[in-house]
Design a protein around this ligand. Sequence first.
Ligand code: G4F
Length: 330
Amino acid sequence: MKKSALITGITGQDGYHLAKLLHEKKYNVFGLIRGQQNPKKAEVEKNLPFVTLIEGDLTDISSLIRAIEIAEPTEVYNLAAISHVGYSFKDPILTADVTGKGVLNILEAIRLSDKENKIRFYQASTSEMFGGLDYNRPGKGYDEDALFHPRSPYGVAKLYGHWITKNYRESYGMHASCGILFNHEGPMRGLEFVTRKISNAVARISLGKQKYIELGNLEPKRDWGYAGDYAEGMWRMLQQDKPGDYVLATGETHSIGEFLDLAFKEVGISDWKPYVKQNPKFMRPAEVDILLGNPQKAEKVLGWKREVDFPGLVKMMVKNDLALESKSKD
Ligand code: G4F
């Protein structure tokens, strides 16, 4: 029987990569899309013409029940969230409703609709739940057993989603898994995230369209991988006989300064300092200083490993933005 997947968050970077992967694997792919006249709808229809879009919202359980009735999914991937950490400080209540309680809504929608308990569920958990504080066991990196200490309304809401997913697994025997994903980037990343903001600005600066880039804190370090590699890991989690939680990460950490070094070198600029200004507007009330993941469990159990390394990721992103910016007039 042909498998069928429902993806929430279909308009985001991860929705894009996962939908492509599942289509290649011959799934029927459905995507939940929010609201009337969603400005991203046309883009999704263009990039992912094989996806059937269903209108619905994570905060509205009736729309989720309806989506499950329409899609009849064998797998549900919950990728939808208010996912920008900085923004979550500005709108913490909406973040709690969508990124936290929204997970409960979709779990309940599945539990109420799926009497035979057949649907497999993936929850997009995140390294932001760790918070980058004392528990970052040096040299080892965060694994599935590390302590949590979220540092933003986003991280706190994600932690609720993580635990409620585990709770539904333990309480109702659902095949529900959490992927604790470290930062994953690429050409489909939104311009509001630091890697894409940099790759886009570097392209524009080299083409003479922009003079400098304004950034916040340059000190933080992240475990940055390529989003396309991570979609494969999500899918593998749901193919296991038993559900579980898995860290997906590269096992390396790099500073924003290192990202700037490589990105500017890609366009022949060896000293980026004249092109970067700091603006407090982009700083956060609390910061996650360093994230380093330990993906050993995913490597061993899922046979998953990242393919694209850090220099390859930066190169891919700058090349993509150079191509896009060379074509556009503004
Ligand atoms: O690119 P960022 O906004 O990503 P962040 O906060 O690490 O979160 C991303 O990864 C998480 C996984 O750990 C996801 F859960 C989450 O949904 C999201 O995808 O910021 C990275 C770092 C931060 O330390 C931030 O303070 O870059 C710093 N930064 C410095 N200047 C900036 C900027 N971040 C942004 N977005 N914009 C700046 O101008």
